[in-house]
Write a protein that binds this ligand. Structure first.
Ligand SMILES: *Cc1c(COP(=O)(O)O)cnc(C)c1O
Length: 469
């Protein structure tokens, strides 16, 4: 038998390959070094402020950057653009119920729309929300609803080279300690994410989800899931957790979701669409509250800010994205890039996660202090070298402590090189690895950055910098 799982185990060398072929291409090209220097300076050395035309290989994010399939594009022609009760909504509802197993579905324009609804529905002022590491928009919505986020991820997640296979796990003792301190009545839910983006795309084990559910049940605390990259999380469970090797990603996903009360989703990631999101819950009262709010902030509860055609592409993307061969090739492409970098001793977060390579900027630039933004510096240098766009996930993303106004100094100071799904080839990965090597070879003479403009919220999107000299 030679399927994608067993290939390579039987022979010295049998490679995997993408389960698709290319039908349409989009030309890209690299502008000159002088043009890149000007573009970088104009963008305040913030890769979010570059024009995409000035970018050669765009690894800023895997959000909304996937290539849709011919089937999804055909679905776009089947849009039912009725204001209410569009056929495409029912297809979407059916896909989410089938693959994720939740009862009530509320569409939103993207993930943060769903985060807004669930945070406002469940959090009251003074509440605490434990979670397995913060995510930028998730935490901000929890704070805007009057809550305080408390990180309860296992300690190993904060160590960029700890080889733990499930670095996304919740440390249930930390949840217990929080319950003891603030009382279960002030904890509306645990905010569980699979995989954990800010920890490097690290997975949560099935056992951890099961144990968390059992403990939360004993305390009357709900568990809500950030399902944004749960397909990739399910792949790691299949690969690493005892008893799951023979189960499909779809089966693993359903079991995992069954330990939670609902989920919010950025469909721009796993679900293979360029825009879209959803909230899914089992509790009819929470669904009713969310539907009341969705009409204020997003759109009617049968479109939530999406066009009918977008909901159709999403319904198809949900079913395509969960296929074993798709997820396996997606994660293996990320791993291929990771292996090239490790072979050259470039410090990256390990084990390599599901959607991105996270370069450890603290070890890459040990001479640049955190208040001179090492990961922002690395993202700028990579762009200057080759036009490859990455992003900062360190002190800039962490923002300021709202009480003290000081920078939050996260243990992890990372530059994220994120791989869009079904977009780039292995040759693109080679170019990226070689460029990082060139930047690494010049590390000793590289200086940090100075922040010259800082917006109040989610500053990493729009902050501006100057080169220090
Ligand atoms: C992208 C993302 C979100 C927010 O979703 P948007 O679609 O960007 O609004 C929430 N959680 C995680 C883990 C994400 O990666």
């Amino acid at each position: 038998m030679s399927d994608i799982k067993t290939m390579g185990q039987q022979f010295g060398r049998r490679s995997w390959a993408e389960p698709w072929k290319i039908k349409m291409v989009e030309p890209i090209h690299m502008i000159t070094r002088a043009e890149r220097e000007k573009a970088a300076a104009d963008a305040g050395y913030n890769t979010f402020l570059l024009r995409s035309e000035d970018v050669y290989i765009d690894l800023l994010t895997d959000s909304g950057t996937s290539a849709m399939s011919d089937r999804q594009w055909s679905g776009m022609m089947m849009g039912d653009e009725a204001y209410a009760g569009s056929r495409n909504f029912y297809n979407l509802e059916n896909a989410i119920q089938t693959y994720y197993g939740y009862k009530h579905i509320i569409p939103t324009h993207q993930g943060r729309g769903a985060e807004h609804l669930i945070s406002q529905a469940l959090i009251k002022k003074g509440d605490y929300i434990p979670g397995n590491m913060y995510f930028t928009t998730t935490r901000l919505h929890q704070e805007l609803a009057g809550g305080t986020f408390v990180d309860v991820i296992i300690d190993q997640a904060h160590d960029p080279i700890d080889p733990h296979l499930f670095k996304g796990n919740v440390d249930i003792d930390k949840v217990k300690a929080l319950v003891k301190k603030v009382g279960a009545e002030n904890i509306p839910y645990v905010s569980l994410a699979g995989t954990v983006n800010m920890a490097g795309g690290q997975p949560v084990s099935m056992q951890n989800a099961r144990e968390l559910r059992a403990y939360c049940d004993s305390q009357g605390i709900a568990v809500y899931l950030d399902a944004t990259r749960m397909y990739e999380n399910a792949f790691f469970i299949q690969e690493r957790e005892e008893g799951y090797a023979e189960k499909s990603i779809a089966e693993i996903l359903l079991e995992f979701c069954s330990y939670t009360d609902g989920a919010w989703m950025s469909a721009k990631k796993d679900n293979l669409v360029n825009i879209g999101g959803w909230l899914a819950v089992n509790d009819p009262k929470v669904a009713e509250q969310a539907r009341t709010m969705v009409v204020v902030y997003e759109g009617l509860h049968t479109y939530g800010g999406m066009a009918g055609r977008d909901m159709e592409a999403l319904a198809i993307g949900i079913a395509e994205g969960v296929q074993d061969d798709h997820v396996a090739s997606r994660v293996r492409q990320v791993r291929y890039l990771g292996k090239l970098l490790l072979d050259w001793d470039i410090p990256i977060m390990q084990p390599v996660g599901g959607h991105a390579i996270f370069v450890d900027a603290k070890r890459f630039y040990p001479h640049i202090p955190q208040d001179q933004f090492p990961s922002q510096t690395l993202a700028a240098q990579l762009y200057l070298d080759s036009g490859v766009r990455s992003m900062e996930r360190g002190v800039v993303s962490a923002g300021r402590n709202p009480e003290t106004g000081e920078h939050r100094y996260p243990a992890l100071e990372l530059t994220r090189i994120t791989i869009p799904r079904r977009v780039y080839t292995q040759a693109h990965m080679d170019v990226v690895a070689e460029s990082l090597k060139a930047v690494y070879d010049q590390r000793d003479s590289t200086k940090g950055l100075k922040m010259v403009y800082e917006p109040e919220y989610l500053r990493f999107f729009q902050a501006r910098f100057e080169l220090l000299d």
